[in-house]
Design a binder for this molecule. Sequence first.
Ligand code: PMP
Length: 404
Amino acid sequence: MDIDKIREEFPILAQEVYKKPLVYLDNAATTQKPKVVIDAISNAYCTINANVHRGVHHLSQLSTEGHEGGRERVRQFINAKSTKEIIFTRGTTESINLVASSFGEAFLNEGDEVIISAMEHHSNIVPWQMLESKKGIKLRVIPITPNGELDIDAFRKLLNERTKLISVAHVSNVLGTINPIKDIVEEAHKINVPVLVDGAQGAPHIKIDVQALDVDFYVFSGHKMYAPTGIGVLYGKEKWLEAMPPYQGGGEMIAKVTFEKTTFNELPFKFEAGTPDYVGVMAMTAALDYIENVGIENIAAHETGLLQYTTSKLSEIEGITIYGNATHKSGVISFNVDGIHPYDIGMLLDKQGVAVRTGHLCAQPLMDLLGIPGVVRASFALYNTHEECDKFIVALQRAIEICR
Ligand code: PMP
């Protein structure tokens, strides 16, 4: 990978912050966008913009081709069987809410159990909690081991005849842990329980093959993988999506409407009420092409290199606690410095041009479990360099000096 060339493709990276070169290490929150993605948005509005599916005119046909071509591109990217299984949403959060609402309506009743894990993002906790109060279901939580891995023995013990769904992160946005999805699916399927995987932090870094994983639902956000905000994906096995009722009502999702009765459109349109973000889909197509051109395995290997390098440098600093030391770990390092609030570290890093995340990272239950108010998180993408990791370490040492 020619990192210098890659960096040139991301215009924002050339910026200075407080007269210091920007070191962007908040990629787990959102990634920056390459020029091809920005151009795809501009091209769509400059040359083909028209609403999709409804028009006989030339532009509408081009737009529809771009949109449906994007669906096929996503299908290939995650190796789904059919484009019927690819639903466009606003992102991971909306995808999980769609399943909670629709699967919940069709299949969950009082006393049924949904299993999540202790390392989930609020997006994979709150929608299920809402079903607790709405439908009387019960949430069960897989505990984690001291090094931040799922306790698989405990998971096995949680499975029972009341279990109706398992919903877990592929990769933790706090601990970086890559969870053993295949093993979880195998266990769950032994008792015919479907599995939803929150792939927000998985799809950007790991080659996803939904058929090989045999997951029932896999959800992710475009903006964490070099695509724009506001576009995301729900993959669902056709047998589940067919059996689930629509999530929202409106245009696009109908076959026929009368005042007496409405029949619904076929998959995937049944779940896509209203004008979709077809420009977002076209730009996401460009992002997926971009990732495949570089090679997701190359991206992962580069990020793992940065993770190992930075972890070892960080460990040399006195008073550092790193959260999450899983054997299989993605490019995320969450840590604290003894006696210094994470927010202060984040502010002082920012003043030196280094962008990191601080706080509970939308995982308050995990923070409670760890007994901390929050963390500082550095997270990597394909355009980060070893030099930037060094700058981050130097800036962190300076921040610690100022606070001590
Ligand atoms: N799940 C995980 C593991 C995440 O990291 C995030 C984003 N921080 C989300 C869900 C939510 O993603 P979005 O805000 O794009 O819907």
